[in-house]
Design a protein around this ligand. Structure first.
Ligand code: NAG
Ligand code: NAG
Ligand code: NAG
Ligand code: NAG
Length: 247
């Protein structure tokens, strides 16, 4: 309403200025056309105002929807990240649990296998003769047979064997550790004038029921027979054969 009043004021003042304009046949015609123009301008103005309002509304709506889109996106990314972390954590937990189970399994699956025997039945040996260590100190897993001198593996695994032999003064030792009929370690002490002790060992992967023993590789192998003094009963302690399942 205000705008229309303004136009009317403008119209009245203009009609004063252009009142004598010769293009118009009458003052009335002039006034009429001016009024018409002004009404058209007013209508145009209102149209423009409406369009601008519409555009501004659209922009506001766009911005609002953009804002909520970004907000939703942020929430979505947050949720996805949290889910991913949870997923990862539960997978990690599961792996850790499996690892612990495997550890337990292995700990329970690996039995104690350990033997040690000393003292030999025959101190003089010929080639290929098995050394029979007769005094069993321990035989966990029951793999060693003190009658034959043969150790039979109770389970698959990696084993460590050790033999320790002392030679009779001036004689020789030629020995071999034999696994499944094959020499896997050997050593000697040849015509040594003193009392020499030698030892040998082997780490070997074996299957269940494989056999391991120590044999002489030569005739006239002579092992220490008696104690050298009352302090050391070498005769029996010198000759030992032992084995252990290590994994
Ligand atoms: C993973 O294990 C930890 C510790 O036991 C526990 O606090 C957590 O809730 C577990 N996570 C999942 C996803 O299972
Ligand atoms: C000793 O054993 C090896 C291998 O088994 C064999 O080749 C060799 O003929 C044997 N020696 C004697 C004298 O029996
Ligand atoms: C022992 O090893 C043999 C040969 O590798 C295999 O066939 C067998 O299944 C194993 N036994 C056990 C109890 O693992
Ligand atoms: C090992 O020997 C024992 C006793 O003779 C037997 O019961 C077992 O089946 C044997 N195992 C294998 C894998 O030959």
């Amino acid at each position: 309403m205000n705008k229309i009043c303004n136009y009317i004021v403008l119209f009245c003042s203009l009609s004063g200025v252009f009142g004598s304009e010769p293009r118009y046949s009458s003052r009335f015609e002039y006034d009429e056309q001016m009024l018409e123009k002004m009404i058209r301008m007013e209508i145009d103005y209102e149209k423009w105002e409406k369009r601008i309002d519409e555009q501004v509304n659209k922009m506001v709506q766009t911005m609002e929807s953009l804002e909520s889109f970004v907000e939703n996106k942020v929430i979505q990314v947050q949720e996805e990240t949290e889910n991913a972390i949870r997923n990862y954590e539960s997978r990690f937990n599961a792996s850790l649990g499996a690892l612990r189970d495997t550890d337990k399994e292995q700990a329970t699956a690996l039995p104690d296998v350990l033997f040690r025997a000393r003292g030999v039945v025959d101190h003089t040996l010929v080639v290929n003769q098995t050394m029979v260590f007769s005094e069993v100190m321990y035989n966990i897993g029951d793999g060693y047979d003190s009658a034959s001198g043969i150790f039979r593996t109770p389970v698959n695994g990696t084993y460590l064997f050790n033999v320790h032999l002392c030679q009779y003064k001036g004689h020789s030792i030629f020995y071999a550790i034999v696994a499944n009929g094959v020499t896997v370690s050997s050593g000697l002490s040849y015509e040594n004038s003193g009392y020499v002790c030698i030892s040998g060992e082997v780490v070997i992967k074996l299957n269940e029921n494989d056999t391991v023993y120590v044999k002489s590789l030569h005739d006239d192998v002579q092992l220490l027979r008696t104690a050298l003094s009352s302090l050391y009963s070498y005769g029996i302690k010198a000759q030992t054969f032992s084995g252990v399942l290590i994994r």
